[in-house]
Ligand binder design. Structure first.
Ligand code: FMN
Length: 241
């Protein structure tokens, strides 16, 4: 996997699970990072082939909890971000970023430019990329080889599409369908949908309250009137040998 001239989905806790990575790739992301997983946690996992989904799952030993799920469609594109003891602190810092309304300094593109000029390896620039045109802007400003985006993609994964943005409601629906298809972790699905709603609307409205109340992916399907799709996915899955 090369690191030059790539559009990259940044690592995001809870958000960067399989359906979101596939969604971002569908819109044009070349490389998609998974959420950061801490080495201690990963060491306690078993690698299991999930025949009905066609995925490789890393399950917390002795439980059904999926720590990492991947599939052949993303083989040459996915990056697994492993946290070591130092990165644990980085993860804590990253989690702070997602708290809404937390004051946050603007990204320092000029400092990235300094790093780029000091190094001969490809550098991926990241920070405050919120629309497709920003990919070029940050590359021009920094001289970086590639660009990575987190929040801009979380709010609307179609940011990667050169043809223009897709309305967030449509992107959200596609995300719901992918969460159903890949049997995504409920907490991850709820968190990701809530991030989209918080950005464009408000969690206190009926939709946000509805998401909060969902206890299963079936509830999510019902809320978004995707029951028919949910039932067809489930019956196909059960038919798989
Ligand atoms: C919800 C969320 C979760 C994140 N999780 C991680 C993570 O697991 N590992 C990591 O290195 N950075 C994480 N980050 C930081 C992003 O990868 C990125 O560096 C940062 O948000 C700046 O990019 P942006 O301006 O495009 O949002 C996270 C950011 C957000 C918003």
């Amino acid at each position: 996997m090369g690191y030059r001239d790539k559009l990259v989905l940044a690592p995001m806790v809870r958000v960067g699970t399989l359906p979101f990575r596939l969604l971002a790739a569908e819109y044009g992301a070349d490389i998609t990072y998974g959420e950061e997983i801490i080495d201690h946690k990963f060491l306690k996992c078993d690698r299991v082939t999930n025949e009905s989904l066609g995925t490789t799952d890393f399950l917390e030993r002795g439980t059904d909890t999926v720590v990492f799920r991947t599939c052949p469609q993303e083989r040459d594109r996915v990056v697994f971000q492993m946290g070591t003891s130092d990165a644990v602190r980085a993860l804590k810092a990253a989690q702070l970023v997602k708290v809404k309304d937390r004051p946050r300094d603007p990204a320092k593109w000029d400092e990235i430019a300094d790093v780029v000029s000091a190094l001969s390896i490809p550098v991926i620039a990241n920070g405050d990329v919120f629309e497709y045109e920003d990919f070029k802007r940050i590359k021009d400003a920094t001289g970086a080889a590639s660009v990575m985006v987190a929040r801009g993609a979380m709010w609307n994964a179609s940011i990667f599409c050169p043809k223009g943005i897709t309305p967030w409601e449509d992107v959200k629906r596609e995300y719901v369908r992918k969460s159903i298809l890949w049997d995504n972790d409920l907490k991850s699905t709820k968190q990701t949908i809530k991030e989209m709603i918080m950005h464009y609307s408000c969690l206190e409205l009926p939709e946000g309250k509805g998401v909060n109340k969902c206890d299963t992916i079936a509830d999510i399907a019902k809320l978004y009137r995707e029951e028919e799709y949910y039932n067809s996915v489930l019956s196909n899955r059960n038919r798989t040998p």
